[in-house]
Design a binder for this molecule. Structure first.
Ligand code: MN
Length: 231
């Protein structure tokens, strides 16, 4: 095989304790998956089925890192999330069988240009410009499910410059991981390398250049991301 221009670098994330990396294929994200966050976004968490959006695979960056304040926004928000990494293909998988698809877990940030997302919502336009920009998915190292066991509960938190901003528990997901993966697998074939960002708890808010985000999920360690000046 030869290419007329050099092929792009394979996006990937680190694997805890290993030299091999996890090659990323696609990034699926779920909207409003904690009741308190759905309410803070002005929605009724009890009546809405889950919905998904995506980020490009090359939005991932290894945390710890510094990411530039992105262009075209005045309101960059953090969203701390549990990230599920898919290790096996699956199509139309019942929720009870989705454990076989899960390769591991990581802590990630669904960075959001909230002003662009909000105006897209108001105009009935796609969310992509609010969500799918460069460096918008900082991610900590992947922890193998073989080591962690299945994660169904545990504290999730985020601080900005040491002040607590988000807290929740994975056990409070409106749509648990098994159901999310089953739903996704009914829309398309899940494949090894896919990442699923499972939603953020309440407390989202803005960050500006110079601020330092720290956050974590019980059993997966902490991540640290600093916002640097615009590129
Ligand atoms: Mn999110």
């Amino acid at each position: 095989m030869s290419y007329i221009i050099p092929p792009p670098k394979q996006p990937s994330i680190a694997v805890a304790g290993r030299s091999e990396r996890f090659a990323v294929r696609r990034i699926f994200c779920v909207g409003r998956n904690y009741a308190a966050h759905a309410r803070e976004m002005g929605k009724d968490p009890d009546r809405e089925p889950p919905f998904f959006f995506t980020k490009p695979a090359d939005a991932v960056v290894d945390a710890p890192c510094a990411i530039p304040y992105p262009p075209e926004t005045q309101n960059l928000h953090y969203e701390i999330e549990l990230v599920v990494a898919i290790g096996r293909s699956g199509f139309r998988v019942p929720a009870a069988d989705t454990g076989e698809l899960v390769f591991g877990y990581a802590v990630g940030l669904d960075m959001t240009r909230r002003d662009l997302q909000q105006s897209a919502k108001e105009m009935g336009r796609p969310w992509d410009w609010g969500k799918a920009f460069d460096h918008s998915a900082p991610c900590g190292p992947l922890h193998l499910k073989a080591d962690t066991g299945p994660i169904t509960a545990g504290r999730i938190w985020l601080d900005v410059d040491g002040a607590r901003r988000q807290t929740g528990d994975i056990g409070d997901l409106i749509w648990p991981i098994a159901e999310l993966l089953s739903l996704l697998s009914h829309s398309m074939h899940l494949r090894p390398g896919d990442l699923v960002m499972t939603g953020t708890p309440a407390g989202v808010g803005p960050v500006v250049p110079g601020e330092r985000i720290t956050g974590g999920v019980a059993g997966l360690g902490d991540i640290e991301v600093t916002i640097s000046v615009p590129e």
